[in-house]
Design a protein around this ligand. Structure first.
Ligand code: NAP
Length: 267
């Protein structure tokens, strides 16, 4: 990924930080955004201390002005933007959908659906004139299968899958690929936070989700972090552009999927 410039939203913590480190190790110049200035600064200090090219900007992903400014700063600094990783997330409220707090539910849609669109619109202002780019939208098993009592998160990720499909179709002759990237369940970020809350939280729904995640982890159902970041770097490097518009899982055999697609389309 030498010469490439990447923007990772929510890159200061959790999976976003792991993606930033892996992209940096692959040679990319990585810009990260988030709301929490001290944690962004700490991530930059840690990763630049290891010789990686990482810079941070505070920007809320739902704030179109802040995201446009962030992209303008990136292009002023590096003259290009090759990849956008839409990683930032709001976990949303847990509990029975019949009683869920509507404001909290809607906020999750804003961050998880409108946020990636805001970031994509800002990035496309650079990618379209460049005639190349990749947008990688982080989705989840929650957007593919039912996740009762977590509908804010589940519905937002299902919507993001449709946003990715539609955007990929609109952009198919522009040199820009768009993916839904499903890492599976990972022992990091919000899933790790849920597991760590078991026995300490007063929220019965968080306790329940945390226990469920711990059981899945102990049963070997999680995807190793190395696999999750490795496939993300391959997508960002252009190994799977033929799969634009599709959901890519971290454990997919990308070559087999591309061959299958080429067989189906005859090209
Ligand atoms: N962990 C898993 O097992 C798992 C599984 C499937 C999919 N995923 C997906 O992977 C992605 C990363 O998840 P994670 O587990 O790493 O989550 P996380 O640990 O909760 O991190 C969320 C990140 O999003 C940022 N963020 C939240 N609201 C924001 C906003 N309004 N504007 C800008 N940044 C914001 C946070 O930074 P600030 O606090 O600085 O804003 C933080 O860096 C998500 O899209 C998630 O759905 C994760």
């Amino acid at each position: 990924m030498r010469e490439s410039t990447v923007l990772v939203t929510g890159g200061g913590k959790g999976l976003g930080k792991a993606f930033t480190e892996a992209l940096g190790r692959a040679g990319a110049r990585v810009f990260i955004t988030g709301r929490d200035g001290p944690s962004l600064d700490a991530t930059v200090a840690e990763l630049t201390g290891r010789g990686l090219l990482v810079e941070a900007m505070r920007a809320d992903v739902v704030d179109s002005g802040a995201m446009a400014d962030a992209v303008a700063r990136i292009t002023a600094a590096s003259g290009r933007l090759d990849v956008l990783v839409n990683n930032a997330v709001a976990a949303g409220p847990l509990g029975p959908t019949a009683e869920v707090d509507l404001d909290a539910w809607w906020y999750a849609q804003q961050v998880n659906v409108a946020g990636p669109l805001v970031a994509a619109q800002a990035a496309l202002k650079v990618m379209l004139p460049q005639g190349r780019g990749r947008i990688i939208n982080l989705v989840s098993p929650a957007g593919i299968t039912r996740w009762p009592n977590a509908t804010a998160y589940s519905v937002s990720k299902a919507a993001l899958i449709k946003l990715s499909e539609n955007l990929a179709t609109e952009l198919r002759r522009t040199g820009i690929a768009v993916f839904s990237y499903n890492p599976g369940l990972v022992d990091a970020g919000l899933t790790r936070a849920g597991i760590d809350s078991v026995g300490t939280t007063t929220d019965p729904w968080l306790e329940r989700v945390g226990r469920w995640a711990r059981k899945a982890r102990d049963a070997g159902e999680f995807v190793p972090l190395d696999t999750v970041v490795g496939t993300l770097v391959r997508l960002a490097s252009g190994h799977a552009d033929a799969l634009s518009g599709q959901i890519v899982h971290a454990q997919d055999d990308l070559e087999a999927r591309i061959a299958e697609r080429e067989g189906a389309t005859g090209c």
